[in-house]
Design a protein around this ligand. Structure first.
Ligand SMILES: [Zn+2]
Length: 73
């Protein structure tokens, strides 16, 4: 696992990851729960903000260092 928050890294922010997040919410599905490809490291801030919106089906767009919008999630 990444020691740094993957959402923050998109904008080249270096933030220590505090939460292991399931990219697709597992909803009790053990296969998804243990699938290491379904895991990402996030800081608490990203997990509680951007990730919550993605889980609710909202589009979250950030801007990369090159100025282009990047869809997250
Ligand atoms: Zn973050």
């Amino acid at each position: 696992m990444q020691p740094l928050c993957e959402f923050c890294l998109i904008t080249e922010d270096i933030t220590a990851a505090e939460v292991v997040d399931h990219i697709k919410s597992h909803k009790g599905d053990l296969e998804l729960f243990y699938d290491s490809l379904n895991l990402q490291s996030l800081c608490k801030h990203c997990h509680d903000s951007a990730k919550q919106m993605i889980d609710r089906g909202k589009k979250v767009v950030t801007y990369g260092v090159d100025g282009y919008p990047i869809e997250m999630g």
